[in-house]
Every structure is written in structure tokens, then in C-alpha cells.
Design a protein around this ligand. Structure first.
Ligand SMILES: Nc1ncnc2c1ncn2[C@@H]1O[C@H](COP(=O)(O)OP(=O)(O)OP(=O)(O)O)[C@@H](O)[C@H]1O
Ligand SMILES: [Mg+2]
Length: 395
């Protein structure tokens, strides 16, 4: 991207969650200016950045007010009106990733269809169109071929395990069908796969097709939500290479500009592609202190057409543990002093209001020893959540 007169580039961000907030940290270091679209001034990123446009990502006018003064505009989440984005693109405004990529990124259905067409291994699946009366019958039919449980997923609008249901038997279909009907979206039925472990891989790609691929990271989910990251994932070399090739194939196919995170299942020794995010993602938070170039800086570099940085890890082992709202735990800020005592704990607090199970922060530890990284990151995260010493145990 050509910038006139050496002025700092300005990047628009649709959404003001913790991803936008961590992008801001990276932007400060590089002298990049941001303009952030927030729905409220007390959102995570709007609290720490002065240039905020208040408006909804569903509102074309608000999106235009954001993007008009920016060299390029990017996203902190997928819940945007991609038709409005396409209209703004046609008027000459630049988005990265663009509206076509975002349309796939926000749809589990389109992802399954694209990945299958690319010949990538995915769980067996079938689509049930929006407004269809027959989800009950279709799931029962699907179970005859693929067995129970059946995974039922809302095509769009879900996150952090919301919009994904493990249906164990026919009596459980009804309530799920009612929610999906209410959401007014298509459903993806998926064979439940026996998961040995879950993993993710991040790749950054520029508009010119330059890429940088991070080492595969092992991800641990609790209740459908990401809880821990362990880098590097201890995968056989062949799977590591397959993951990297998969990420590159998807990034090229979707013409991704910016960061792409690919969620993978390791099932019976094979890789399956789960889903993607075309932006920095929770599965890459370990790269802030754990890699030479963080995913947030890399995303900014990629969307601005700047040279990409090294994705190599900065130590032998990196662990990141999410901190979530606990019953009676209160805001993380109240427990900072106790958590900071843990050796090597890099603490991130997102500045969001406390709600049970909500992602409020994370902790990363880089260490020479895998167990030490794990123990310290877990201990600091639990202390940050406000758990008592005797609930945590020695580490
Ligand atoms: N076909 C499947 N077989 C077994 N487990 C699955 C399957 N699909 C999803 N899961 C489990 O449910 C979790 C959430 O699924 P998925 O990633 O599709 O949902 P999500 O809510 O969009 O996730 P995110 O938290 O990334 O927003 C997965 O990480 C995995 O643990
Ligand atoms: Mg997921």
C-alpha cells in the first residue's frame, strides 16, 4: 500500500473486543493509527483508544463513517453485514479481509463446502436449509448412517460453543431445532468424530500472496470454548506439514489478506479441518510473548502490505491459559497483585465487565520446560480469576 508523504497508516477496525484491543497494542509500537467501530464507549478496545466511531457493524452508514478515513479496514469479529461491506468496496473503500472472504468466514456451511471442494478432510456433514421443517427427520436420518451423537451447528451467528450442540438421541433434536428456527439460519449436521486432540495453525498472507506460517499449537477446549494453548503441538512431522499445507491452501483459495487461523481435529491419527477465522484468534494469543512476531502485529503488517515478520517461537515451550469469569470471582483487576507473583507470567486483562464464563483475560508463560510453562500459566490464570489458594494446589 502506497502511503502519501510518510504519514502514519490508519487502519479501521470493525468491533472493539479484546482482539481489537490487542491489535491496538501492536499498532502503538509500529506507529500505526486506528479508528475503531464500537457499539459503546465501554467496550474493551474503545476504553483504551481515542479514535472511536459509535455504531453497529450491521449499519452501512456507521461502517462508511469508519472506513472512509482509513487506508484499510479490518475486523475483530465476523458478525457483520457483508453486503454492506461489498457496497462500500464498490465505492472504492478497502477492506482486508474483503467481503468475499468474510462471507465464507462467517458461515460454517460455506466453509464445509469450500474445504470439501478443495479436497481437504472434514467430518461427514449435510446441510439443512433455513426455514426447513424437517430438521428432526433429517437428524434422525443422518444418525442412521453416521450414528449418535450428531453435532448440529447453526450456519452463522454462533461463537464460543454457542450455536453448536451435541445431540445424543432423537429426543434432544426438538429443542435445538427450535433455537435454530428462531435464529433463522441453515444448520450443518456433522458426524461426531472421536477427537484425540485439537490443534490450530495461524498463517498470515498479504495481498501479493506472501505468507508466514506459525508452528501448530495444541488447543484445549472446555464446554466448547478454548481454555488452553500449548506450543508447539507435539504432532508427528507429517501432520505438522499437512497442517501447514492445509492453512496455505485455504488462505490462497479464500484469497485471505491478513491472519487466518485454522482449527483442526486430530482424530484417529488423522487431521480434519474444523473451522477458520480470518483475523487474529484466541488460538494465537500465545504468539504475543511466545513468538518473534505476534499474530496481532502480523495481521497489521499483512493488511497494510508491509513485510511479514518471523513466526518462530521465542522459547522451547509456550503455554497460554484463558481467564474466565468465575462465580463470585469478580473482575480480574481485583486479583492482579496475587497473579503477578507467579514467575514469568505475562498477564493480559481485557477490561470487560465480569460475567460468569466470559473470557476476561489470559496468561502466557514461555519456559524451557513444558511442565513449568503449563503449571505457571495455569496457576496465574486461576489466581487472576480469584480462586482461593487451596482450590489451586501447588505448582
Ligand atoms: N464434529 C465434531 N465432533 C466432535 N467434536 C466436535 C465436532 N465439532 C465440534 N466439536 C467440538 O465442539 C467445539 C466447538 O465447535 P466449533 O469450533 O464448531 O464451534 P464454535 O462455537 O464456532 O467455536 P469457537 O469457540 O471457535 O467460536 C470444538 O472445538 C470441538 O471440541
Ligand atoms: Mg471453534
Amino acid at each position: 500500500m502506497e502511503l502519501a508523504g510518510g504519514r502514519p497508516p490508519r487502519v479501521g477496525i470493525v468491533g472493539a473486543g479484546q482482539l481489537a484491543r490487542m491489535m491496538a497494542q501492536a499498532a502503538v509500537a509500529l506507529g500505526i493509527e486506528l479508528r475503531i467501530l464500537a457499539t459503546r464507549f465501554d467496550e474493551s478496545a474503545a476504553r483504551i483508544w481515542p479514535d472511536v466511531v459509535i455504531g453497529s457493524p450491521d449499519n452501512a452508514k456507521a461502517m462508511e463513517r469508519l472506513a472512509a478515513g482509513c487506508d484499510v479496514t479490518t475486523f475483530d469479529h465476523e458478525l457483520v453485514d457483508t453486503v454492506a461491506v461489498a457496497t462500500l468496496e464498490a465505492s472504492g473503500l478497502q477492506f482486508a479481509p474483503d467481503s468475499a472472504t468474510m462471507t465464507v468466514a462467517q458461515s460454517k456451511r460455506l466453509q464445509r463446502e469450500r474445504f470439501s471442494a478443495l479436497g481437504l478432510p472434514v467430518p461427514a456433514y449435510e446441510i439443512v436449509e433455513a426455514g426447513s421443517e424437517s430438521l428432526q427427520g433429517r437428524v434422525e436420518n443422518f444418525s442412521r448412517t453416521h450414528g449418535w451423537p450428531v453435532m448440529v451447528k447453526a450456519d452463522r451467528g454462533g461463537y464460543d460453543g454457542r450455536g453448536v450442540w451435541m445431540v445424543r438421541e432423537r429426543s434432544e433434536v426438538g429443542p435445538v431445532a427450535a433455537i435454530i428456527a428462531e435464529m433463522g439460519v441453515a444448520a450443518v449436521m456433522e458426524a461426531w468424530v472421536p477427537i484425540d486432540s485439537e490443534a490450530a495453525i495461524q498463517i498470515a498472507r498479504t495481498a501479493q500472496g506472501q505468507t508466514a506460517t506459525y508452528p501448530v499449537v495444541e488447543t484445549v477446549q472446555v464446554n466448547g470454548m478454548l481454555d488452553e494453548l500449548h506450543a508447539p503441538a507435539e504432532l508427528p512431522l507429517a501432520l505438522e506439514e499437512e497442517a501447514a499445507a492445509t492453512a496455505k491452501a485455504i488462505a490462497d483459495d479464500l484469497d485471505v489478506v491478513g491472519l487466518l487461523a485454522v482449527e483442526l481435529f486430530v482424530s484417529e491419527g488423522r487431521l480434519l479441518v474444523n473451522e477458520i477465522a480470518t483475523r487474529p484468534h484466541n488460538s494465537g494469543h500465545h504468539t504475543i510473548e511466545g513468538a518473534v512476531t505476534s499474530q496481532f502485529e502480523q495481521h497489521l503488517r499483512a493488511i497494510l502490505g508491509l513485510p511479514l515478520g518471523s513466526p518462530a517461537l521465542r522459547g522451547p515451550y509456550v503455554t497460554t491459559v484463558n481467564a474466565t469469569g468465575q462465580p463470585g470471582g469478580g473482575p480480574l483487576e481485583g486479583h492482579l497483585e496475587r497473579a503477578l507473583v507467579v514467575e514469568g507470567a505475562h498477564i493480559h486483562i481485557y477490561g470487560k465487565s465480569h460475567r460468569e464464563s466470559r473470557k476476561l483475560g489470559h496468561v502466557t508463560v514461555v519456559a524451557d520446560d513444558r511442565q513449568a510453562a503449563l503449571d505457571r500459566a495455569r496457576r496465574a490464570a486461576r489466581l487472576l480469576e480469584g480462586r482461593r489458594e487451596n482450590d489451586i494446589g501447588a505448582a
